[in-house]
Design a binder for this molecule. Sequence first.
Ligand code: AVJ
Length: 332
Amino acid sequence: MTTTALPQITEQVETPVASAVRVGLCAYKKRLPPWLFYDSDGSRLFDEITQVSEYYLTRIEREIFTAHAADLIAQAGQAGQSDSLVRLRITELGAGSADKTRLLLKAAVERQQTVLYEPVDVSASALESARERIEREIPGVEVVPRVMDYTRGLDLEPLVEGESRMVLYIGSSIGNFEPHEAAGILEIIRAGLEPGDTLLLGVDLRKDEATLLAAYDDAEGVTARFNLNVLARLNRELAADFDLESFAHCAVWNSDKSRIEMHLESLTDQRVKLPALDLEVEFAAGERIHTENSYKYAPGQAEGMLSAAGFKPEITWTDPRGWFAVCLGRAE
Ligand code: AVJ
């Protein structure tokens, strides 16, 4: 009998972090994708951002939910003529700490006594802590976490008889994506739903430049730390030697594209080693790494995006100044 050795796998496949960093820092215009922000320090810093006074997005969306949670839930549950029989199941994309969601979950429990809540996230640990906290704090909510990258497809549990699904995609999370990518994500969501199900989309609206810039460059420097943390993460995970003192946070309003951009600007000519990637990257003084886009929408634009993806926009709730919009679309 002869034995044949299995071929040896010599080349390691890179992790998603390593390959995103290699692609982004080898490009002519250097960039890093915004999902790299959210390691455990970055997620904590983002929670801190949501409490900074200049960062109006979270506060205003929460005010909208505080004022309208009951109408919002009633409207979503109005799937047909015999609406009193429809039970909502609430699915949230990119749930994070799910703080504002509580207001909607409480309103759902008031309407139907119990509610099944399915937070979807790529991080199993974030979902687990959200589950414990929400089940402890809101009796009547059963939390069933789903670990999934929704940008690649939405593979949800089928509903039971008499249920309708309400998907929450709030916090202007969609604003991180280019318009064509955002359209694709809404189509993915629609494909995972049945006619009559709903999508609640939260988007940040265009407003004066000073307000926008302050929200992404707060006086306390929390957003700067959040942005710079991506370099600290590369130092931790890829043994890189970024000197955090020689890069500066910068926020820019790009009016043509209607987006806030975040960059990290090199303050000197320098060379950075990334041994885990077997790579050295040169920076000229003033050269930037583009780390995030945060699109700001015109009134009516989110409704147009919903229509294009196969949802009928039903109601939009906004704040008195028109800074943020929450739109309910129904799958057709
Ligand atoms: C979580 C994507 C909505 O774009 O406002 C906050 C992330 N970046 N401050 C946003 C963020 C800088 C945030 N989103």
